[in-house]
Design a protein around this ligand. Structure first.
Ligand SMILES: [Zn+2]
Length: 137
């Protein structure tokens, strides 16, 4: 059976493949990292931060479960939603592969995954980024 085509839920947010990465930016003046990419540093207003790929691992800072679909959302519910702190010092709001809040603990290691979200009208798998507990297979 052929693999169905994969499309990203939005271009410019992440790379797909063996070692996926979030596409962020880094300010050359104050050193702050941003996600998603910014044209202007939100901290010091310097223009044209450098595009950079962010770390694919981080630690869980806060999380919850989403039990009703947000407007326009076509994926499954419930699903996990959390804040993951990356080594670059930024906190990223992301989908979590674990939808049961009691299965997660503060500060645990998380790693980036690209996961299916839903199938579009053309039968393609729409994928998005999510963080999974690092010890999960
Ligand atoms: Zn800056």
């Amino acid at each position: 059976m052929p693999m169905s085509e994969r499309v990203m839920v939005r271009q410019g947010l992440f790379t797909d493949g063996e070692a996926p990465a979030l596409l962020g930016s880094r300010c050359t003046v104050c050193g702050a990292h941003h996600f998603p990419r910014h044209d202007t540093c939100p901290y010091c207003s310097t223009e044209d931060p450098v595009p950079t790929e962010l770390s694919g691992s981080g630690t869980l800072w806060a999380w919850t479960a989403v039990t009703s679909a947000p407007p326009g959302y076509q994926g499954e519910i419930p699903y996990g939603l959390g804040v993951v702190e990356l080594p670059e010092g930024i906190r990223v709001i992301a989908r979590l592969t674990e939808g049961n809040p009691s299965a997660l603990v503060s500060g645990q290691a998380m790693e980036l995954r690209i996961v299916p979200l839903h199938t579009d009208a053309d039968g393609r798998d729409v994928v998005t980024f999510a963080f999974a507990p690092a010890d999960a297979s």
